[in-house]
Ligand binder design. Structure first.
Ligand SMILES: C[S@@+](CC[C@H](N)C(=O)[O-])C[C@H]1O[C@@H](n2cnc3c(N)ncnc32)[C@H](O)[C@@H]1O
Length: 235
């Protein structure tokens, strides 16, 4: 039921495959091999998490998300390979995970822009607390660099928000047509009714400062495509 997710996400995160490859390669280098405990925040239907579980078969890979429908799709497709947590990144999501950690790798892809600045800072602090010493946080999202984006946008095709938005709507319409998902769809609708994504997309320097303030050591960009980037921070 989650087929087509990668195609939909590619509309929002161009060159996602190269970003993913960079993130995973850096994670292995920083962790000195395959990470053993991994947490993907805002991992949705678990597509990326499942690829990590395939690449690192000995790893425990967990997903945290708010959306009951996406978590149900993750459970149906890969529930035997992933640990699924329902949690809200706008609230104290880390409280239930302290016992499950520490993690070697925490990732969050195209999710932090849903959060307001103080919630995003809290994510950095909580990730730092949940990581083992030397563990890695990777945050991938829109992180425009004013000096660079002009050039990079000319080199890299920009995201067409209208096309991506239409694909997103169609994907959800397809799920709505499945009667078995109706109760979860209703739950999702009431959960999201009053939520508006913050669309907070500060430049990399903001993320680097948030990582430093949260107690991370080194932090740097490991991938960029136009206005999108992935920042890695070492605990
Ligand atoms: C654009 S999707 C990206 C999903 C996944 N990371 C990927 O790249 O395929 C954003 C994800 O963030 C989740 N999300 C948004 N706000 C959240 C919150 N407050 N708490 C937990 N998850 C949230 C959504 O449910 C969704 O799964």
């Amino acid at each position: 039921m989650r087929s087509g997710w990668d195609e939909v996400m590619a509309g929002f995160l161009p060159a996602a495959q190269s970003g993913e490859a960079a993130m995973l390669t850096v994670a292995e280098a920083v962790c000195g091999g395959p990470p053993r405990r991994v947490l993907d925040l805002g991992g949705g239907p678990g597509v990326f998490a499942e690829r990590m579980a395939t690449r690192w078969p000995a790893a425990d890979v967990a997903v945290l998300d708010l959306d009951p429908v996406l978590l149900a799709l993750a459970a149906a497709a890969a529930g035997d390979r992933l640990t699924l947590h329902r949690g809200d990144l706008e609230a104290s999501w880390w409280a239930d995970l302290a016992a499950a950690g520490p993690y070697d790798l925490i990732t969050t892809v195209m999710t932090i822009h849903y959060l307001a600045a103080d919630q995003a800072r809290a994510l950095y602090r909580a990730a730092r607390a949940l990581l083992s010493p030397g563990g890695l946080l990777v945050v991938a999202d829109l992180m425009p660099e004013p000096a660079l984006t002009g050039v990079m946008d000319r080199l890299h095709p920009a995201v067409d928000e209208a096309v991506a938005g239409l694909a997103w709507t169609r994907w959800w319409d397809q799920l709505r047509a499945d009667a078995s998902l109706e109760p979860l769809m209703s739950e999702r609708a009431s959960l999201l009714r009053d939520r508006v994504p913050a669309e907070f997309t500060p430049p990399v320097d903001w993320h680097r400062a948030a990582a430093r303030d949260a107690g991370f050591g080194e932090a740097g960009v490991v991938w960029r495509w136009g206005a999108h980037a992935a920042l890695a921070a070492v605990a």
